[in-house]
Design a binder for this molecule. Structure first.
Ligand SMILES: Nc1ncnc2c1ncn2[C@@H]1O[C@H](COP(=O)(O)OP(=O)(O)OP(=O)(O)O)[C@@H](O)[C@H]1O
Ligand SMILES: [Mg+2]
Length: 319
């Protein structure tokens, strides 16, 4: 046994002893996790459950289903990943981006989104002021560092990236790449999810053109969209990644497009909502909700303009 291994072993013993006696266990656990590469917090990945969620409870997102499930499975298979898993979700409002991030949280930590190792950032709440970039950068760096120290398997979710002041995110570059060493190799076990509506025009345009060409939206492939999404977020100053090194240094593994939903998907959302209320048989309400939504374009009525977002409100109205 090497000296460091003995040290880790001793700390682990103290940790167990102190948790039995209710003494500063969290602090000791933090120290243990800082020097040990095997600290997994209460990480309990349920891959089958995640796939079930993605393929049964997420409607009309064939690209997101495949990419997210493949990326997570191959990442978790590696004992010592070379880089953390970094995904960026893009698409219109109400298409399931936040839903997928919650599925990931729930299925990887088995504790809904309330796990202390799942960290959600919302710019309007945490980074509201455009002229506080320097301060936000330093807070964010310390926050991520501190959380990685407590748990190498932390999940960081940055929602509504389109509202993130430009320049804040680059402070994460050292944590996202392969070479920089922070806390031994522990930082490479983390998962980062960025979510934004940036790129929605590109995705919706392709979905529209595909339908107008008489093809199915399921014919759209990731490579039809990935490089244009990447360019778009790099060039737009309201994407959170304007001219960001995170993009130019290719630190995002996948740009995951969420396609616009059509009436069939909206009705499935309504049906699910009704079943949750014990009203599965109310086909009339499902149809009324489908009729009440707004679809674009005006002359084609192909896609729901709010995805599934306003479905529960509409169900309330017709039930
Ligand atoms: N593809 C989908 N399959 C199943 N349910 C969906 C889907 N898209 C959205 N929903 C439902 O609609 C609601 C809103 O979805 P969600 O919060 O994931 O949207 P979003 O893409 O994050 O939108 P926004 O950009 O406005 O935050 C959720 O309750 C979710 O269950
Ligand atoms: Mg959302």
């Amino acid at each position: 046994m090497e000296v460091s291994e003995i040290l880790i072993h001793c700390l682990f013993t103290i940790l167990i002893y102190s948790s039995l006696h209710g003494v500063t266990a969290l602090k000791l656990k933090t120290i243990y996790c800082t020097i040990s590469e095997s600290c997994e917090c209460d990480f309990q990945p349920d891959i089958q459950g995640l796939e079930w969620d993605l393929y049964k409870n997420l409607y009309g997102q064939h690209i997101a289903q495949d990419i997210v499930s493949e990326a997570v499975v191959s990442f978790l298979q590696k004992e010592s990943p070379d880089v953390p898993l970094v995904l960026s979700f893009h698409g219109a409002s109400g298409t399931g981006k936040t839903l997928v991030s919650s599925m990931l949280g729930r299925r990887l930590f088995g504790a809904a989104m309330s796990s202390p190792y799942i960290h959600q950032f919302i710019p309007t709440l945490h980074f509201p002021l455009l002229d506080h970039v320097k301060e936000y950068r330093s807070v964010l760096k310390q926050w991520v560092e501190g959380n990685l120290t407590a748990c190498a398997r932390s999940i960081f979710i940055f929602d509504e990236m389109e509202r993130m002041p430009p320049g804040v995110m680059d402070v994460l570059v050292p944590f996202l790449g392969p070479s920089h060493v922070v806390f031994q190799t522990n930082y490479r076990k983390a998962i980062y999810i960025f979510i934004s509506t940036a790129g929605e025009k590109i995705i919706n345009k392709l979905a529209m053109e595909t339908r107008q060409a008489g093809k199915e939206r399921e014919d759209i492939q990731l490579w039809d969209l990935e490089s244009s999404l990447k360019q778009d977020v790099f060039n737009k100053n309201n994407s959170g990644f304007f001219q960001s090194r995170i993009i130019s240094e290719n630190l995002i593994a996948h740009f995951v497009p969420f396609l616009p939903l059509n009436r069939r998907h909206v009705e499935r959302c309504a049906q699910r909502d009704l079943c949750q209320r014990g009203e599965c048989q109310r086909r009339d309400v499902v149809e009324a909700v489908g009729n009440a939504m707004t679809y674009t374009p005006k002359d084609g009525q192909l896609f729901s303009s709010t995805g599934c977002k306003s479905v529960p409100a509409k169900v309330n109205l017709f039930l």
